[in-house]
Design a protein around this ligand. Sequence first.
Ligand code: ADP
Ligand code: MG
Length: 483
Amino acid sequence: MTETIAPLQGSLGEAWDRVRRRLRAELGEDVFSSWFARVEIGGLVDSVAYLTVPTRFLKSWLEAHYAERLQVNCQAELGAVNGVILSVRQVSRDSAPAPVRETVAVRPRSAVAAPAAASAEIRHGEAAMPCERDIVDACGTLLDRRLTFENFIVGKSNQLAFAAAERIAAAPAGSTPYNPLYLHAGVGLGKTHLLQAIAQEARRQGKRVAYFTADRFMYGFVAALKSQTALAFKEKLRGIDLLVVDDVQFIQGKSIQQEFGHTINALIDAGKQIVVAGDRLANDLEALDERIRSRLGGGLVVEVGDLDETLRGKILGGRLAALHAAHPNFHVNPDVVAYVACVVATNGRDLDGAANRLLAHATLSGQAVTLETAEAAIRDLVRTREPRRVKIEDIQKLVATRYNVSRADILSERRTAAVVKPRQIAMYLSKALTPRSLPEIGRRFGGRDHTTVLHAVRKIEKQITEDRMLHDEVDLLKRMLQE
Ligand code: ADP
Ligand code: MG
């Protein structure tokens, strides 16, 4: 396995120091020390750099604001890097037998302000819910106390998933009712909630549970490779009764996928239960190794469907009740709950967001929540959920960056292949993602004729049906533009 670590000039640590120096020079001392000082490198595997940070907040901030800059600088110093993955550093805790409730790690909320050394400050930046104590699984992942079966609201769209999850959590160690269980659903429909609930309930019953998000799994493996304890990592996994892996669509890198595949197979063969969640059908996880897909698809596969309005109302009601418990002056009357559940029609994450908005609004204004204030408080939330308007200019910029040409090249008369292809892709995307007419698109592409645009659109349409890689690439560009 170790041969998959890319050879570097000097050690990885030295190369990382150079990346840090670049970032400091580019961004200045202030920005650097706010955001990058505590980023560490875990390893470089299959051209993906694995970086770790102490808090979840820092991870999302860096992902949202500095993903590209990190990637560019890693590329400059670490060689062929085609991805950067950030994860929150593991709480260092070894695999003591499944702790019972009394031995859970106790960490007061105030610890979020503690210095970086406090590795348990994993929840930094996640507000809203009171949670005085954290629960830690057999591999050191913190489990979220709020995400339990009791707090999960069952409706038509999730009852099967809920039943399977409960059944698995309740089954005695060594018995594997459905193996593996693969849950899939779009964002915010309760996958993580159910997985965490399974992990916590199983753990409560004394089972040894390892809960991983994809990035933690990858990081665990990379860190093990780096310190040459990959075997110990695998052994540790073999010692558990239940492996839970969330967001499997993000597991990437050939050797890590292989490792993941071996782990699943070994555990299933040893009669251990596996539960995995992903954002689509196992077979549609294009980036994942074929064998893993078929293994995941070969167990019990359950989809969690969209939340209907009744379910949304109940979920929102539950959130508001929890907020009320922590803020006794905060009340929301049923009319308002019904209104919000009607207009925030997307998913549980947005309902959480809406509940937090209402609380913020009520606290800041010191006034009771009415229909009018609720409407104002969640207005932008509702608005941001409308499909984003994509601009032709943004398409041109993104495509230019992706293909390493300038936007001026795309608009120019140049006809070299290096420019023609990105130009055609940009035209195709403009047709697919904006309401602009062909003549209008032609004008925006340096005053071209509409037949040129039509030709480009047809050509790319045809090519993406024939060329899988191009298809995926165009698909990725689409998603990036629509995000
Ligand atoms: P996913 O992992 O599928 O993206 P999450 O499990 O993170 O979604 O759910 C997003 C939010 O919605 C969480 O706060 C979760 O507790 C809440 N949620 C989703 N479905 C339910 C449900 N059926 N009952 C209670 N809360 C739910
Ligand atoms: Mg999730």
